[in-house]
Design a protein around this ligand. Structure first.
Ligand code: NAP
Length: 233
């Protein structure tokens, strides 16, 4: 059994995924980071403790293969940061079935499939495991969600899933936590909201700091944790 933390990060090429992966590598963890396309080039590609794994995590078989691969190669999976996701605007009237399904697949199904496979593996481990998912404020505040219906509904399912996993922690040893950013300070958000005060937003590095804490043994007593990282937004 490895002494290092073996960590899965999904969406490692995303704005948050890059910050989280870098931060976890600083902690001397081994990180297996998923990307959707093989040609994706990342700053930490050559880091000795990083392995890039190409997978579509909305595909059931690919997620099963991913979790099997990590377990067979590294012996265990201690922690996972499930960061694949996306955003869409639209009121109830504007949101079509296709819009709803797209957000459901991207935000919920991707995390669900990972949780299902990770939970099965982590339950077999003496030390259990810890899964962190990225929520979103509109899923917790319906007034904000009214203009982004497919997004907030898909993210709210994650909070439900988080509770379902945590309801069995004492039996399974598998914990689940949520990190909830308001608006991340990323180039696409700056481009789409040029008049906003960017200093009000939360940075990917700040979220990464919290994820690194959750990945550490210092978070061991925490249960059913929802970290709201809203900055001043
Ligand atoms: N940005 C914000 O303001 C904000 C606010 C609240 C919550 N969040 C949440 O935080 C998380 C990260 O956000 P972000 O801004 O860093 O997003 P991002 O930059 O768009 O990153 C998402 C990553 O997921 C990958 N991905 C998409 N579909 C995938 C699939 N089926 N299988 C595998 N990988 C897939 C993308 O790959 P490609 O680039 O190749 O498509 C991308 O690398 C998301 O869950 C998001 O909803 C973000």
């Amino acid at each position: 059994m490895s002494q290092k933390n073996i960590i899965l990060v999904t969406g490692a090429s995303g704005h948050l995924g890059k910050a989280v992966t870098s931060r976890l590598l600083d902690e001397k963890s081994t990180v297996i980071g998923t990307v959707l396309t093989p040609e994706e080039s990342l700053d930490f590609d050559n880091h000795p403790d990083f392995e890039k794994y190409v997978a579509d995590v909305s595909n059931e078989e690919e997620v099963s293969r991913l979790v099997d691969y990590i377990t067979e190669t590294y012996g265990q999976i201690d922690f996972a940061a499930l960061l694949v996701g996306g955003f869409a605007m639209g009121t109830l009237a504007e949101t079509s079935l296709a819009d709803l399904e797209k957000m459901y697949r991207l935000n919920f199904l991707t995390a669900y499939l990972c949780c299902q496979n990770l939970s099965a593996q982590m339950q077999k481990q003496n030390q259990g495991g810890h899964i962190v998912m990225a929520g979103a404020r509109p899923a917790l505040q319906s007034s904000a969600g009214a203009s982004m219906v497919s997004y907030s509904l898909s993210k709210s399912l994650l909070f439900q899933l988080h509770e379902i996993i945590n309801a069995k922690t004492t039996e399974t040893g598998v914990r689940c936590s949520m990190v909830v950013p308001s608006v991340l300070d990323t180039p696409p958000n700056r481009e789409s909201m040029p008049d906003a005060d960017f200093s009000d937003w939360v940075t990917p590095a700040q979220i990464a700091e919290t994820v690194a804490f959750l990945a550490s043994s210092r978070s061991t007593p925490l249960r059913e944790t929802v970290f709201k990282l809203y900055g001043n937004a």
